[in-house]
Design a protein around this ligand. Structure first.
Ligand code: PAF
Length: 287
């Protein structure tokens, strides 16, 4: 039922179906996505399927989280294909609102998660995490899931959402799922399909660089600057344009000078017109 242009009835219908399940004691899991579903999303849906009685996958290309118009325009999705993908993995609901349904009027209310969104992608993509946190808060309000699933590939996004949920007392468990990788180590991403053949060959070097940094820390290196240099040396060859490569505290996502506790080595780098991000977490530090 969608007899109002703002989609409110459609939202109300989904809400009431989910409320019935919730009242019947069913656990509801949400997997928020922007469509173009791939093996990384499959891992999230499978995990939600294993944990929950009812799985909702949201598919919404959120305009307010894009800092570049060309990136938004390039984000084309095939909804019918994505719905099939979700059904094959046993999802119970696909929530795919339109932009006017989600934003009937330009938004006046935004969720800003300070600190954790200040560095890395937050520094290079102004407004990105504000857009992510705002849309995820809206999805949480519409679906009211018990659990929500996010990939570690977007580690800063995960940290932003965890912080938002803690700060705003949202009664939702955030579940993180390990990054899914291609056989050569490249993190699976919808952006990978935009790489040329040559760029795709080169792309695995990003993960290799992060692993070099990880090895240095495991060997006992504590200077973040030295770890960075060792990792960056692997990305010296053109055609890489490194936006950032940082050693950050694993929970605050703030760059550290000395490696003392759990960290992530996180990077964003361009191959031609494609921006790739990746990270590795290093928990066990040799002393
Ligand atoms: O990771 C994504 O696909 C998006 O940032 C998310 C979490 C669905 C919000 O639009």
């Amino acid at each position: 039922v969608n007899d109002r242009p703002d989609g409110l009835n459609r939202f109300a219908e989904l809400r009431s179906q989910l409320a019935q399940l919730r009242d019947g004691g069913q656990v509801i899991g949400l997997v928020p996505t922007m469509g173009a579903l791939h093996a990384g999303h499959a891992a999230l849906i499978e995990r939600a399927r294993a944990d929950c009685n009812a799985v909702v996958v949201s598919i919404f290309v959120n305009p307010i989280q894009f800092d570049r118009r060309d990136d938004y325009d390039a984000y084309t999705i095939d909804l019918a294909k994505d719905v099939e993908f979700c059904a094959a993995l046993g999802a119970d609901f696909v929530f795919a609102p339109s932009a006017p349904e989600m934003y009937p009027e330009p938004a006046s209310t935004f969720v800003e998660v300070a600190g954790v969104s200040a560095h890395l992608c937050g520094k290079f993509r102004p407004g990105h995490f504000r857009g992510v946190a705002t849309v995820v808060a809206k999805l949480f309000n519409i679906i009211a899931p018990h659990k929500a699933y996010f990939g570690e590939k977007d580690a800063q996004q995960l940290a932003v959402i965890e912080r938002m949920v803690a700060d705003l007392n949202m009664p939702i468990e955030i579940v993180s799922v390990l990054t899914v990788r291609e056989p050569d180590g490249l993190a699976v991403s919808s952006r990978n399909s935009r790489l040329t053949g040559e760029e795709r060959q080169a792309a695995a070097a990003l993960y290799q660089a992060l692993k070099i940094g990880e090895d240095c820390i495991r060997k006992g290196w504590t200077s973040a600057a030295q770890v960075r240099s060792a990792a960056l040396a692997h990305l010296q060859q053109p055609p890489w344009r490194v936006e950032y490569l940082e050693v950050v505290d694993a929970s605050s996502m703030t760059p550290v000078a000395q490696v003392a506790g759990p960290v992530r080595i996180a990077a964003a780098a361009w191959l031609g017109a494609v921006r790739l991000i990746d990270n590795v977490r290093v928990d066990k530090i040799q002393t």
